[in-house]
Design a protein around this ligand. Structure first.
Ligand SMILES: Nc1nc2c(ncn2[C@@H]2O[C@H](COP(=O)(O)OP(=O)(O)O)[C@@H](O)[C@H]2O)c(=O)[nH]1
Ligand SMILES: [Mg+2]
Length: 228
């Protein structure tokens, strides 16, 4: 039976992710976690940001973790990791998701052979980024899709379309995105809006995190059901 999603009730728990008295997301240290009922089980997932240089990987990672968004492109140095906590109710059980997001800069990937294998090891989901302002990147997407995951990792694959707010420079239409989703059977999350209201960032980001956590949970159910 499909689990029941009671998303409405998460609002109270989401408050625990904020710096008290503000709407800013709190950064949790390695040994810290949000103050939720201790009985709530924790589940950890590893996500890897994949895509060409300047496609919006670091922007997306910062968006998901509620950190400041880069306004110009600076190449990511080495590997950067962000932990995002997200409480969700599945059925009537509260679960604390911990998403470990891995992002690697292009030249480190090229220069050091160990970077890509480290990012891919034990990965649960690959977020494949491309910018809707880059036609060339869009045309390369089907090829990237085939290299994003390997048959052994069985990672969930989600495409992230960035710069959807830049209407004037847009080079990929909504219709093209829709038919890509249908043809390749992968969901596309549309992001953009650096200038959008940042005063209530968490409400703005919640639908994306809800979607990712659901996909990861569903993938677990699928993997469990095919295990002997
Ligand atoms: N307005 C806007 N800018 C974006 C978006 N995604 C990326 N950018 C900008 O694109 C540039 C490159 O993004 P970045 O995340 O550094 O690319 P990376 O090389 O894939 O990590 C930065 O200047 C970002 O501010 C978006 O969705 N909206
Ligand atoms: Mg980067």
């Amino acid at each position: 039976m499909a689990p029941e999603w009671a998303i409405g009730e998460n609002k109270n728990y989401q408050q625990k992710l904020l710096v008290p008295g503000t709407k800013k997301r709190k950064l949790f240290g390695l040994l810290e976690k949000p103050n939720l009922p201790p009985a709530a089980p924790n589940v950890t997932y590893k996500l890897f940001m994949f895509g060409k240089a300047s496609s919006g990987k670091t922007w997306t990672m910062n968006r998901l973790s509620g950190q400041e968004l880069p306004t110009h492109h600076t190449e990511t140095v080495g590997i950067q990791c962000s932990n995002v906590y997200w409480p969700m109710k599945i059925g009537n059980r509260l679960i604390l998701f911990r998403l470990e997001i891995w992002d690697a800069g292009e030249s480190s990937v090229k220069r050091y052979n160990h970077v890509l294998p480290a990012c891919r090891e034990g990965v649960d989901a690959v977020l494949l980024c491309f910018s809707v302002t880059d036609r060339e990147g869009w045309l390369e997407l089907p090829r990237l899709l085939t290299t994003a995951t390997t048959p052994t990792d069985r990672a969930a694959l989600i495409v992230i379309a960035t710069r959807c707010d830049q209407y004037a420079n847009r080079e990929v239409s909504e219709g093209e995105l829709d038919s890509f989703e249908a043809t390749h059977g992968v969901p596309i999350i549309k992001l953009g809006g650096a200038s959008e209201d940042q005063s209530d960032e968490i409400t703005h980001t919640a639908p994306i995190l809800n979607f990712l956590c659901k996909r990861l949970w569903q993938r677990d159910q699928e993997l469990l059901s095919i295990k002997p």
